[in-house]
Design a protein around this ligand. Structure first.
Ligand SMILES: Nc1ncnc2c1ncn2[C@@H]1O[C@H](COP(=O)(O)OP(=O)(O)OP(=O)(O)O)[C@@H](O)[C@H]1O
Ligand SMILES: [Mg+2]
Length: 416
């Protein structure tokens, strides 16, 4: 097993997740469509791809598209069409219906370079006719004699973006209604869909008042590895990569993270490996764990991937005011340890003069923060389950944040 700190992993680099894979596979084999959610970097893309890889060895066709960069419905359909390139028989059927699209070259579609194919598919799905082209894509999959699994990764990010466009709520509604229509053929005949992403699709459709648009998707939440699996993964990485670790190191890594998010277990390992290499050592110690945690993982360099948590937060919330409230809640929780009911009342009071229904907005924001894994409900309020994130957030915001109770008291003082 090689360490990986960037993209998704599969095959020999994919560790455990056996229970989750079994469950997902049985849902898919039963013809259920799935909404795969989970916190950032939890391994959603990896598990979806690993499932696809395994199913391919058993006669399935696996089509994968990532729609994070899609700007319109048309881009999503073009992405799906592009996923067909390795699936020759479906591709030929699909291209055969679009002679005008591929022109003279429609017979040679499987010989086209990836770039030509990409340009042609995008041009072929003209702005207005994405529904029609998308319908042809699903027809081609349905007519195929092997079962087909389609993964649309980062669908919620695309929809959140679409929502901000002109006429956004109607377009999101139209797109989801259309997709549902495409998937409602008799079980076993139409392709199976896994829609995945780390920002919440459920909170988004609830906010729009259209929760039923996704009720054909079976919710599947990918959680963190347990302490035991995280330790096993760390030890496997050490063994396979010739690094010795002192007693208790793997457990200390889990303890420092506070949770078993696969990416951070991997990232911790990679940094310890780097430190050992720099010092020409083959053994990592408890002091090394502490040093890497403080100086590297908590480091404030711009390429620190915890920034991701701040930037993606914006995508999950639909406006600036909600984003401001979210930053307040997270700074409060990180610096005070808990976001208490008292702090929540103070926050509502502080923002109420400028805005109506602040308690409603705070409830919506908390809904997203919990769904997306930033906070967890606990005794006397909310806290960060992910200790590294809490420490990073606290380092970043503590100089700009005064506790809500203090600000509320200052405001009362000012009014008297
Ligand atoms: N099963 C696994 N075995 C080993 N490492 C894993 C596994 N799953 C995830 N990882 C690690 O986590 C990283 C992120 O994985 P992946 O991209 O699949 O997560 P994601 O949930 O899709 O992330 P994002 O929220 O950014 O889309 C990988 O580069 C790898 O280091
Ligand atoms: Mg992903």
């Amino acid at each position: 097993m090689k360490p990986s700190t960037g993209r998704w992993v599969s095959g020999d680099d994919f560790f455990d997740r056996e229970t989750e894979l079994q469950l997902l596979e049985s849902r898919v084999r039963d013809g259920n469509h799935v909404l795969l959610t989970g916190q950032r970097r939890m391994g959603k893309t990896s598990i979806a791809r690993e499932l696809g890889r395994r199913l391919e060895t058993q006669g399935w066709v696996f089509l994968f598209t990532d729609v994070e960069g899609a700007a319109s419905e048309r881009d999503v359909i073009a992405g799906l069409a592009r996923a067909l390139q390795p699936a020759r028989p479906i591709l030929s059927r699909f291209a055969g219906k679009m002679k005008h699209w591929f022109g003279e070259q429609s017979e040679k579609v499987d010989e086209m370079s990836a770039l030509t194919f990409r340009l042609k598919t995008r041009a072929g799905v003209g702005g207005g006719n994405w529904r029609y082209r998308g319908g042809q894509f699903f027809d081609a999959c349905t007519a195929h004699d092997q079962p087909v699994l389609i993964v649309i990764d980062e669908l919620p990010i695309f929809l959140a973006k679409l929502l901000r466009d002109e006429d956004g709520p109607r377009r999101v509604d139209d797109f989801l209604s259309w997709l549902r229509g495409m998937l409602q053929g008799p079980r076993g005949s139409s392709p199976v869909l896994i829609a995945s992403g780390s920002i919440g699709l459920a909170p988004l459709v609830r906010r729009l008042g259209i929760p039923d648009r996704i009720n054909h998707l079976y919710p599947f939440r990918l959680g963190p590895w347990t302490r035991e699996i995280s330790v096993e993964c760390f030890e496997r990485l050490a063994k396979d990569n010739g690094l010795q670790s002192a007693n208790g190191v793997a457990d200390a890594v889990y303890e420092a993270l506070g949770t078993g998010i696969p990416h951070y277990v991997q990232s911790f390992f990679a940094h310890l490996q780097e430190l050992a290499a720099e010092r020409n050592q083959s053994l990592v110690t408890m002091q090394d764990v502490d040093e890497v945690y403080r100086t590297v993982l908590l480091g404030s360099s711009e390429d620190n991937d915890l920034f991701h948590y701040q930037t993606r937060l914006k995508e999950g919330l639909n406006d600036e005011n909600s984003y401001t409230i979210a930053l307040e809640i997270l700074a409060e929780t990180a610096t005070q340890g808990t976001f208490t009911p008292e702090a929540r009342r103070c926050l509502a009071r502080l923002y109420s003069p400028d805005e109506r229904n602040v308690p409603g907005r705070i409830a919506d924001v908390l809904d997203v923060l919990i769904h997306d894994g930033y906070l967890q409900d606990g005794e006397n309020g909310y806290h960060f389950p992910f200790r590294l994130l809490r420490d990073w957030w606290s380092n970043r915001f503590r100089d700009q944040h005064t506790s809500l109770a203090q600000r509320s008291a200052d405001e009362d003082g000012g009014l008297q």
